[in-house]
Write a protein of this length. Structure first.
Length: 202
């Protein structure tokens, strides 16, 4: 796993030359002010708060001075396979951003109104209390959302929310349905989307 992460980071270095937003808030500020983000810029995100993200990805991010956003499921925190609160604080202290991924990672479309509010609002409140920081970004579990869910996220005080819709184009009208490029264990996705021959200019 660690070799794959290193290869992915090296590919990002090659393609983006370290133009990385420090967090989604910085990206939001660009869009809100109608400023064009720098060319070859991106946000690195990780979902769920898996312990292997702390063990493998975090040291490499620090080595290359890459910030990233970690979307955390509150009820999983401290579990066998997941980061604990102290590890999350260490991420924060090293310049990483923490976002909410709900309380229990449910399909939000299947919840009652009160359950929906609890998952979205309470996760923000708990993360802020435990980590003593502002939680301003959200990621939809399974990438599932609708207009009611988006409105609940907005009312809860988040500034942006990320989906799993594939795409590169972002704008101020869709701050609560930001697109993403999902990368798993293969470099093929990055190489197809960002062929080095077309991105790197001599």
């Amino acid at each position: 796993m660690i070799q794959k992460i290193i290869m992915q980071i090296n590919l990002i270095l090659l393609l983006f030359l370290k133009v990385v937003f420090k967090d989604e808030q910085e990206f939001f500020d660009f869009l809100e002010k109608n400023k064009k983000p720098p060319e070859r810029s991106l946000i690195i995100t990780f979902d769920d708060g898996w312990k292997n993200q702390y063990r493998y990805a975090f040291p490499i991010l620090k080595k290359y001075n890459f910030p990233a956003t970690f979307f955390i499921v509150v009820n999983q925190t401290g579990g066998n396979l997941f980061m604990n609160w102290q590890q999350l604080k260490e991420l924060l202290n090293s310049g990483m951003e923490i976002g909410s991924h709900t309380i229990s990672h449910p399909n939000l479309k299947k919840l009652t109104s009160s359950q929906l509010i609890s998952e979205i609002e309470n996760s923000k409140t708990i993360l802020e209390k435990k980590l003593d920081c502002q939680i301003e970004v959200f990621a939809y579990p399974y990438g599932i959302f609708d207009s009611k869910i988006v409105e609940t996220v907005h009312k809860a005080g988040y500034k942006t929310a990320r989906t799993t819709i594939s795409g590169l184009d972002q704008n101020t009208e869709k701050l609560y349905t930001l697109k993403a490029i999902q990368v798993y264990d293969s470099l093929n996705q990055l190489e197809r989307i960002f062929p080095s021959g077309t991105i790197i200019k001599k």
